[in-house]
Structures are given as C-alpha cells and as structure tokens.
Design a protein around this ligand. Structure first.
Ligand code: RP5
Length: 161
C-alpha cells in the first residue's frame, strides 16, 4: 500500500505467512494501510530491535506479531514499544500451536500482549481487532467496520443446506 502504514504485521518466518496473510486480508478488506515484514526474535534480533524501536516514529499504531513454537516475537516486540501488540500463535508442527499459544499468552504483568487464537482464526481476528482499535478514533473506518460486520451477519444461513 502507498499510504503510510498504520498497522505493522510481523512474523518470525516466511513459513508463517500462510497463517498471517489472513490478518493482512482482514486489514485490506477494511482499507487499513499496513505493512508486512519477516522479523525473527531469534534469527534476526537486531532487525526486531530496530523495528520495535522505530515503530512509533514511523507512524504505526498497532503491531500484529505472529510466531510459532518458542514464539517470543510478540512479547519481545511489546517489551520495546508502547504500541498495542496483538500476538498470533502460529500452529506448529511439533505441538500443534499449543507451544506457540503458551509462549505468547503467558506474559509477565507489566508487558501486555493481546493474544488471539491459534492459526487462521487468530490471524483474522488480529486484523479485525487492529481495525477496531483504529476505529475508535477514525469514524470512516468505524463505518466500514460496521458494514463488514453487518455483511457477515447477513451471510449466516438460517438452516444448513
Ligand atoms: C518460529 O519458528 C517461526 O515463527 C515459525 O513459526 C517457526 C518455524 O520457522 P521455520 O523453521 O519454518 O523458518 O520462529
């Protein structure tokens, strides 16, 4: 997107993109400018430091961080920026994402990460939640989000086919 990104989506590996693309899709559906980067807490710690330290001055308002396994990315990002960080546990091969979930959700008091569900639903909801946060101070976005929610409601069948 050409506009200055308001939401930064980061993930620990390109292998996380199949999950994290659903966060990007939700933001695109609501016309929320965002950026997508691979930033690993373990493999590229300096990249993570630079990203989190510069996030506020670059105009980001929310960070969505997805990682799997020893998923330290959301918590480490939250430790270095006051921006709200939404954590998405990516479904891991070894433990189905329970490891990712526990790694992300069990933050010490004082360093919050808003933790979503494991996998696609969590990524989608992270995008929607980032939009909802921005919509508290953006009436046009609030209207788009209301419309999106109404369309979702209308799309639910009354009976199975
Ligand atoms: C984590 O390790 C990543 O977030 C990813 O979910 C997991 C596996 O990474 P790859 O080995 O596929 O690069 O850091």
């Amino acid at each position: 997107m050409a506009e200055t990104p308001l939401v930064g989506i980061i993930m620990g590996s390109t292998s996380d993109w199949e999950t994290m693309r659903h966060a990007a899709d939700a933001l695109s559906a609501l016309d929320v400018p965002h950026e997508v980067k691979v930033v690993s807490a373990h493999r590229t710690p300096k990249r993570l430091y630079d990203y989190a330290e510069s996030a506020v001055e670059r105009g980001l308002k929310v960070i969505i961080a997805g990682a799997g396994g020893a998923a330290h990315l959301p918590g480490m990002a939250a430790s270095m920026t006051r921006l709200p960080v939404l954590g998405v546990p990516v479904q891991s091969k070894a433990l189905d994402g329970l490891d990712s979930l526990l790694s992300i959700v069990q933050m010490p008091g004082g360093v919050p990460v808003g933790t979503l569900a494991i996998g696609k639903a969590g990524a989608t909801n992270a995008g929607l939640m980032a939009a909802a946060i921005l919509a508290t101070t953006d009436e046009a976005l609030a209207a788009r989000l209301d419309e999106w929610r109404a369309r979702q409601t209308d799309s639910v069948a009354h009976e199975p086919e």
